[in-house]
Design a protein around this ligand. Structure first.
Ligand SMILES: [Zn+2]
Length: 255
């Protein structure tokens, strides 16, 4: 669980650091912060990351735990300390005020109250959490910048397809979805053996079973192809890194 949280925090934070305006940055910020704070609180004050019903607390509630348990600093941040392997004191300062403000900005956008205004200092406060030993995966995640590029590219492509989907309208989308199965070549062992298992996949943008895969894919939402309804497409580069990401997520320990 802790390893998974650390990776989720690092991956989301790396994408935001690369492009603070990336489509979906509001949800990504919340995901990064919730996982990062849960990992830190669970390690520093075990059990306090959970509510009385046993659910993991929200980012806002976890920030409250920190303001209660950690040492308030003159600059308004909260100092969390721990001993390193040689019993030397180590510390990070958590800027709870800026992080809380970041949550407010992302939630304004997610609940349709304006576009939100996530800024560099919100992301910097998020990145500062990586200094805690419960996290500390940023360097590893950053070592291959190609996947971050692919992830960002895919987000923009999804946004483009969403705009296109809104443009064609519901009726046209439904009509295209109905025609989609007839537009794929059926599998034939001799003429097109590669087509085995490459019928239509559910499209992550429009939700119709209309995403035509170029080749069989090991994980959903990773294969090369394009949607016959909304035009969302995945290039081989993007597909390669999404598959790699899915593999990593699949093999992560769930301790
Ligand atoms: Zn689609």
């Amino acid at each position: 669980m802790q390893t998974n949280r650390a990776y989720q925090y690092a991956r989301c934070s790396a994408v935001l650091a690369a492009d603070p305006e990336v489509p979906g940055h509001e949800a990504t910020y919340d995901q990064a912060l919730s996982n990062g704070l849960a990992a830190i609180v669970a390690q520093q004050w075990p059990g306090q990351e959970l509510s009385s019903e046993g659910h993991v607390k929200s980012a806002r509630q976890l920030l409250k735990v920190i303001t209660k348990q950690a040492d308030a600093q003159p600059d308004g941040t909260y100092l969390i300390a721990w001993p390193d392997r040689h019993e030397n004191p180590e510390k990070i300062c958590v800027n709870t005020e800026v992080l809380c403000d970041g949550i407010n900005e992302t939630q304004a956008a997610r609940h349709g109250r304006g576009s939100g205004n996530l800024q560099r200092h919100h992301i910097d406060a998020l990145l500062a959490l990586d200094g805690h030993p419960a996290l500390g995966r940023m360097t590893e995640v950053h070592s291959d910048g190609q996947w971050i590029k692919a992830e960002v590219e895919d987000r923009y492509e999804q946004e483009r397809a969403e705009t296109y989907l809104a443009f064609i309208g519901d009726d046209e989308a439904a009509a295209r979805a109905e025609r989609a199965p007839g537009l794929t070549e059926p599998y034939h062992p001799k003429h097109n053996p590669d087509r085995e298992g490459t019928e239509l996949e559910e499209c992550r943008v429009c939700g119709y079973t209309s995403f035509r895969l170029g080749f069989p894919a090991d994980f959903p939402d990773t294969g090369i192809g394009a949607c016959l309804v909304c035009s969302y497409a995945r290039s081989s580069d993007v597909s390669y890194y999404l598959t790699l990401n899915a593999e990593i997520a699949y093999t992560l320990p769930t301790d």
